[in-house]
Design a protein around this ligand. Structure first.
Ligand SMILES: Cc1ncc(COP(=O)(O)O)c(C=O)c1O
Length: 378
């Protein structure tokens, strides 16, 4: 089923992948569903909710699929525009893991709150608490509020020692309901490179989360929710009893970054988002050029695209519409028109470059998912 319509010539359901115009972003659906079920099993095992982060694909149908396969715990969004897109398309339990700042944006947040069954949002300062409270009063709503605590990423989040006072401020605000804390643990990724280190660092982060919870509760404010983690960390953090919910986003797809980070548990077969390209030039025996460059693959991280199912060629450089491939190690002779498939380096930002994700089963187009919240950065 698809909700996508367009006047453009584009992929059609049932069409052979061999016939698709390139470059084209593919999602291998069977493996994608397997990844989703695997995380659902991890969540089950540790008795935590799995609320998928839809920032990765920005499509309501995929969000609903994740929600169905993971036990109906709702979804997570990063921008207000994503949350609106999801609410308008029937997703009715949304957590916005981001601070909303500005009156008109806060009024939009209150509109979403009136539309869905459950909404919660994030604060991490006196200013964001007070603005949210003013918006709730202005719009006659009670807004569910999660306090973000900085676990070590040094991005957003209140310092752990300041969390109890801010939790109290939320609890004291008539039109806010204090749900708990967001203890996003992505700093673990830069500290750990083996399974044992992931276990150790994630556990240490959750011990800190436990201390924060105890300190808040000591002031008489109950902490119902402890939300953590992305794809790499959440399966480790979930082992700690303090955690109530995990919020991974990339896990249906993985990418080269995840492959490099956790080689003991992510294989090429688990990397379900790829771009199919066409060879447009073969200047000499040692190199060729494909039609996918930096406007097709996001190169915001150090990783390059990785050829799927082969290690004899290497994607070495990109200009906007050109991918430069080193073929010096390959025995094969390449020709203009050959097709090459690459695992995407960073899936969230790569999907964000495309209008459409083409779901593939057995080399045929099985689904078409518009990247609906693409550009919805406000
Ligand atoms: C607060 C928060 N939660 C969850 C996620 C999802 O993490 P991942 O993309 O590693 O799955 C992100 C990603 O940036 C995030 O910022």
């Amino acid at each position: 089923m698809t909700t996508w319509t367009s006047d453009q010539m584009g992929p059609r359901l049932g069409e052979s992948v061999d016939a698709l115009e390139t470059p084209v972003l593919l999602a291998h659906v069977d493996a994608m569903e397997r990844n989703i079920r695997e995380y659902a099993a991890v969540a089950d095992q540790h008795d935590v909710d799995l609320r998928s982060h839809v920032k990765t694909h920005k499509n309501a149908e995929l969000a609903a699929m994740e929600n169905d396969l993971t036990g109906d715990a709702g979804i997570c969004c990063q921008t207000l525009g994503e949350a609106e897109t999801m609410a308008r398309n029937g997703l009715d339990d949304i957590y916005l893991s981001y601070q909303v700042v500005g009156e008109s944006k806060l009024d939009r947040l209150c509109w979403i709150d009136g539309k869905v069954d459950a909404l919660a949002t994030t604060v991490d300062s006196d200013a964001t608490v007070d603005m949210l409270h003013a918006a709730a009063e202005r719009n006659d709503r009670t807004l569910h509020t999660v306090l973000e605590v900085d676990m070590g990423l040094n991005r957003t989040g209140v310092a752990p020692g300041d969390a109890p006072a801010l939790a109290q401020r939320i609890a004291d605000a008539d039109s806010l309901a204090f749900d708990g804390i967001l203890a996003y643990d992505a700093h673990v990724k830069s500290r750990a490179s083996t399974e044992a280190e992931f276990e150790e660092e994630a556990w240490a982060a959750m011990e800190l989360a436990q201390e924060v919870v105890d300190d808040i509760e000591a002031t008489g404010v109950p902490v119902e929710e402890v939300k953590v983690g992305g794809t790499a960390t959440s399966r480790y953090s979930a082992r700690h009893p303090v955690v109530t919910e995990i919020n991974p986003g990339m896990y249906p797809f993985n990418d080269v970054g995840e492959l490099e980070l956790r080689s003991w548990e992510v294989s090429e077969a688990d990397c379900t988002a790829t771009v199919l390209t066409t060879v447009i030039a073969v200047p000499d025996d040692d190199r060729l050029v494909v039609d996918g460059g930096s406007k097709t693959f996001s190169l915001d991280k150090p990783q390059m695209p990785v050829p799927k199912h082969r290690d004899d060629i290497e994607y070495v450089n990109a200009s906007e519409e050109h991918g430069w491939i080193d073929t010096s190690e390959a025995d094969e002779t390449f020709e203009v028109g050959d097709r090459l498939e690459f695992i995407v380096p960073h899936v969230c930002t790569t999907i964000n470059l495309h209008d459409l994700i083409v779901g593939v089963r057995e080399a045929e187009v099985a689904d078409l998912w518009e990247v609906q919240a693409r550009g919805k950065v406000r």
